[in-house]
Design a protein. Structure first.
Ligand code: NAP
Length: 554
């Protein structure tokens, strides 16, 4: 690998780079920036029509981040974090997308990003230690290194409902929302699913639709967001302590979201104190509800206290007793599926034009040309919104034909569930890095904190290898086995595996059920990664290049 100046490169010719990055979401943007700083040539391929990843695709009404904007933002550049003014406590999707575009422009990243281009395959050549990548525009490019920044919630899942093709109205998936405004005014709308995406969009769709049917299979726990505009004074207060806040996020023992640290378990407080604490968090709003006590995801009786509190609140909001009963989750511990954050979700069911349909008791039998049939009844709808989630964490990786040593595909290796070392690499696939992959804190964390940590680790690793003339790095099978066992062990000590969640792959028929993210906390994980690097990349096999790597570039 020879340092080259960043340069604009031809799109269709056979080109060679130091690094190929898949995806121009927050990972791709920051990875490209770091690679440029190292003087490496890189090409980023992005299947979307612009940068932004998740925030490019998820444009459904009400889409916003459930991590506060002052924390869901890059920390790597001081000027960037001081110049960007978030307008609300929880930034809406269009603003996050503008931010991603701002980052791309500010750091002049676009010239190395090729949009509207899917990576179809990546094949490793053991002789040259290089990956050959083919793209949807028919081009072939090569590079010693590939970084997958494909995102964890980017492969939208459309369930195979019988008769779907017969439906005469418009069908939308929340994760693949059109770029043009969608107007449901005067329409009868069906929303299938009641996860985070549905819970954010339902209150807004209900304001437009003449009638809204919400088809619920599993009730989810949701807490109020209490979203509000951010004043200049509030932003300044954050910025005053930004260095310390960012440090605490990186070293956080949980998810990389700075919040008060609980000093006790739920059962250590008497009833009335506990209720007061839950009430205070409910009133202040947001994901931090689960941080009231330190054992809510560890201990079932402790968890029950929080679940009961939320169920009571639902009962207090929803007027119709049967609807209220159905909306109260009862089949999984609170927090074992990602807790949702909403604005007026439960109250929406008090509107006369909104009806909850229980498809747990009466599964959808088929989609009719103008209706959804469940329990022998046709619910007449003009438009359908599928808020049915994603083939999470591995889905977008699986869509690429990745072939490592001996021509073995990654899909074949992961047939029984994903296996990685630190979530960063998978044995048998040298020089292929994964960002926020299975086996890393990933979706259990503030994604930007994790993305920055991974990208920095990878960039430092590439610099280390260059300095020592190392041509390939690969996770060893033994290190991977130990890490997979550790990830499972930590998950097994929590209540998480009790839910049929997408964390477990349970939402995809036939997908192996394994708890995918690492739940040990971003601080612990960071320390482990740093220790591995300090011990000359312990658990990774590095091979010195047989010959100097050829100059990279187009
Ligand atoms: P999701 O949580 O996977 O929810 C999918 C919903 O569709 C579930 O209610 C599921 O029911 C239902 N469903 C799936 N297949 C179905 C079928 N065949 N028949 C009937 N119902 C079906 O997906 P999501 O809401 O898009 O959220 C995914 C993740 O994205 C979230 O957990 C969160 O991490 C992230 N997200 C974050 C935000 C935010 O930052 N605020 C917003 C949106 C999403 P079952 O539960 O019964 O399977």
């Amino acid at each position: 690998m020879v340092a080259t100046q960043p340069q604009s490169v031809p799109t269709r010719a056979h080109a060679r780079y130091d690094v190929i990055v898949v995806g121009a979401g927050f990972t791709g943007l920051y990875m490209l920036h770091r690679l440029r700083k190292l003087g490496l040539s890189a090409r980023v391929f992005e299947q979307g029509g612009d940068v932004g990843g998740t925030w490019y695709w998820n444009r459904y009404p009400g889409a916003r981040c459930d991590v506060e904007s002052m924390q869901y933002s890059f920390s790597f550049d001081e000027a960037l974090q001081r110049e960007w003014d978030w307008s609300e406590r929880y930034a809406p999707q269009p603003e996050i997308l503008r931010y991603a575009n701002h980052v791309a422009d500010r750091f002049d990243l676009r010239k190395d990003i090729q949009l509207d281009t899917r990576v179809e395959s990546a094949v490793f050549d053991e002789t040259s230690n290089e990956w050959t990548v083919t793209t949807s525009d028919g081009a072939t490019v090569t590079a010693p290194y590939v970084v997958l920044g494909t995102g964890c919630l980017s492969n939208a899942r459309v369930p195979e409902f019988k008769g779907m093709g017969d439906f005469k109205g418009q069908v939308y998936h929340t994760g693949h929302w059109p770029h043009e405004p969608v107007d449901f005014t005067g329409l009868r709308v069906g929303v299938i699913g009641t996860g985070s995406s549905a819970i954010q969009s339902i209150p807004l769709i209900a304001e437009q639709a003449s009638e809204l049917f919400v088809f619920q299979r599993t009730a989810n726990f949701s807490v109020p967001a209490r979203n509000a505009p951010l004043s200049a004074g509030e932003r300044e207060a954050w910025r005053k302590d930004y260095a310390e806040i960012r440090r605490r996020a990186r070293e956080d023992m949980k998810n990389g979201i700075v919040q008060p640290v609980p000093d006790r378990g739920a059962l250590d407080d008497p009833d009335e104190v506990r209720r007061e604490k839950y009430g205070a968090r409910w009133n202040s709003g947001g994901l931090t509800f689960m941080g009231v006590y330190n054992n809510l995801v560890l201990d079932q009786p402790a968890n029950d206290t929080a679940a009961d509190f939320i169920r009571e609140r639902i009962a207090g909001i929803v007027a119709d007793p049967e609807t209220s009963r159905l909306l109260q989750p009862n089949d999984h511990p609170v927090g074992s599926k990602r807790i949702c954050v909403d604005t007026d979700y439960y109250a929406t069911f008090n509107r006369p034009n909104v009806k909850l349909v229980d498809i747990r008791s009466h599964p959808i039998e088929r989609i009719q040309p103008h209706a959804v049939r469940s329990g022998g009844r046709d619910y007449q709808v003009d438009a359908l919104v599928l808020a049915t989630g994603f083939d999470a964490m591995t889905g977008s990786v699986a869509k690429i034909d990745i072939r490592g040593r001996g021509g073995r595909t990654l899909n074949d290796k992961w047939a029984e569930g994903p296996r990685t070392y630190l979530g960063l690499m998978s044995a048998g696939f040298p020089n292929l890095f994964i960002v926020t992959g299975p086996g890393s804190p990933s979706v259990l964390s503030n994604m930007i904190v994790s993305i920055e940590q991974h990208v920095d680790w990878i960039a430092d690793c590439l610099a280390y290898m260059r300095d020592r003339g190392v041509g390939s790095i690969e996770a060893t099978h033994s290190a991977e086995d130990r890490w997979v066992a550790h990830v499972n062990e930590v998950a097994g000590s929590t209540l998480y595996p009790q839910a049929n969640s997408w964390y477990m792959g349970a939402n995809i028929p036939g997908k192996p059920q394994i708890f995918m993210p690492y739940i040990g906390g971003v601080g612990v994980y960071r320390q482990i990664c740093n220790d591995v690097a300090a011990k000359d990349y312990d658990g990774f096999a590095m091979v010195v290049a047989a010959r100097p790597q050829a100059a990279a570039g187009g």
